[in-house]
Design a protein around this ligand. Structure first.
Ligand SMILES: [Zn+2]
Length: 290
């Protein structure tokens, strides 16, 4: 595991920092003791090392490993295989309702509309959570500042900008958001890729055959219409921001990662739902401060 991104926070000044962008002098003059885990849920501080041989890396500040949220891959960095498999197993098998996923996506969409250009996570408000989700009904602050509804699943699905996805997130379920760059429909093998913005890795929203296998949810012909509209808007330079929830997995050839979206209700583009896009035969303009 290699931490590639960190979040710089110093008063009102904030920035997402890629490790290769730093060097020793720049780090010591500005960033030292102001870098945090890129996940807004984590309170862990990040430190930068630049060795004499040129090797650069981020690591968690000594003794702060447990300040990563349990759903952050770097929480597991110094844990053994047993702990790792247990946590990943819990994420995989967690009971998550469609309603909970839809609420997560809608909350994220609302949040992206109102948020300032730069996110300023209020780390003092966050507390580390246990994976099984507190079963208590007491309302909690979740990543987008909304209160979880009573009765809804208490398992939190945290959001992740597609730009910050690395293979370390494989095995986690996330609410991923990002710009769509390209659409690819493989009709022979029955799957769709919506490629997202990321400078280091191939990151795609992956719609497997299961996405349109149940005619009660959608059909191949509806999906084709949806994709035609998305392609048209990309060509017309409409900036398309997708928000979706799915498990992150390696691509078949290990070259990059996919976000597996298995239900048309688990995605929004520019705040429009799948069937709204098909019915209106268009996608709204980007409504977000993103
Ligand atoms: Zn973290």
């Amino acid at each position: 595991m290699k931490i590639e991104w960190a979040f710089y926070q110093n008063g009102d000044e904030t920035e997402e920092v890629f490790y290769e962008y730093l060097d020793k002098d720049l780090y010591e003059s500005k960033y030292q003791e102001h870098l945090y885990c890129i996940s807004a849920e984590c309170n862990a501080m990040i430190k930068f090392t630049h060795r004499k041989n040129g090797v650069k890396f981020f690591s968690t500040w000594n003794g702060q490993g447990d300040l990563h949220d349990t759903e952050c891959p770097y929480y597991l960095q110094n844990k053994g295989d047993v702990e790792r498999n247990k946590i990943l197993g819990l994420i995989e098998s967690a009971p998550i309702t469609d309603e909970h996923i839809i609420n997560t996506i809608l909350n994220k969409s609302k949040n992206l509309k109102t948020k300032e250009k730069k996110k300023v996570p209020n780390r003092r408000l966050t507390t580390r959570r246990t994976l099984q989700g507190e079963q208590s009904s007491k309302p909690e602050v979740i990543d987008n500042g909304n209160i979880n509804e009573k009765g809804s699943s208490q398992i939190k699905i945290f959001s992740l900008d597609s730009k910050h996805i690395t293979p370390d997130y494989v095995g986690y379920r996330k609410c991923v958001f990002g710009k769509i760059r390209h659409v690819y429909f493989n009709e022979t093998d029955d799957y769709v890729y919506l490629n997202l913005d990321n400078d280091q890795y191939k990151v795609s929203v992956y719609l497997p055959h299961a996405f349109y296998a149940d005619p009660e949810k959608t059909t191949k012909s509806a999906l084709e219409t949806f994709l035609r509209i998305v392609k048209h808007d990309l060509r017309a330079n409409n900036e398309l921001i997708i928000i979706c929830v799915g498990m992150i997995r390696f691509k078949g050839n290990q070259q990059g990662v996919n976000v597996h979206v298995i239900n048309p209700s688990h995605l929004l583009i520019n705040d429009a739902k799948y069937y709204e896009i098909i019915t209106n035969n268009s996608i709204p303009q980007n409504p977000y401060n993103y």
